[in-house]
Design a protein around this ligand. Structure first.
Ligand SMILES: [Zn+2]
Length: 146
């Protein structure tokens, strides 16, 4: 699909997007989620973390009713880079670039493809971006040249 065709209904779906790379970011150590323990009853709760959030938030509520006191037990981290993709053909209307979050493993495997100016097809899950309204990001599972 084209970047311009991504809509809210596509969020959390696995899609294939085509575009041209125009930015490759630095490696970032990102937190993907964490395990929290309820201080009242000891239940462990896993909560995923938005890639763009700098801070991890504790769960909102435990099934026992506690909604304030949680201890962070562990967190899942990943080495990830952000690349930006834009349309490679002229399109009508506004074209908002798509942020692609891509694991360092995949970057290393596909060094020839993941370069500024390359036309690529990326498969992954669409998420809402916190950059603004109608902004999306994609968590890459696979990338190939086209
Ligand atoms: Zn609890």
């Amino acid at each position: 699909m084209r970047i311009n065709e991504i809509r809210v209904k596509d969020v959390h779906k696995i899609v294939e997007v085509i575009g041209k790379i125009y930015f490759v970011g630095e490696v970032e150590h990102i937190k993907l989620g964490g395990k929290w323990e309820c201080q009242s009853c000891g239940t462990t709760i896993h909560k995923s973390h938005h890639l763009e959030d700098k801070k991890m938030y504790s769960p909102e509520r435990c099934s026992c009713g506690n909604n304030r006191k949680f201890d962070l037990i562990s967190d899942d981290k990943a080495d990830i880079r952000k690349i930006k993709l834009k349309e490679f053909e002229k399109v009508l209307g506004m074209s908002i670039p798509l942020d692609i979050w891509i694991s360092e493993d995949l970057i290393e495997k596909e060094t020839k493809i993941i370069k500024k100016g390359k036309k690529v097809k990326v498969r992954g899950m669409i998420i809402l971006s916190k950059r603004g309204e109608n902004c999306y990001a994609l968590i890459a599972e696979d990338i190939s040249g086209i």
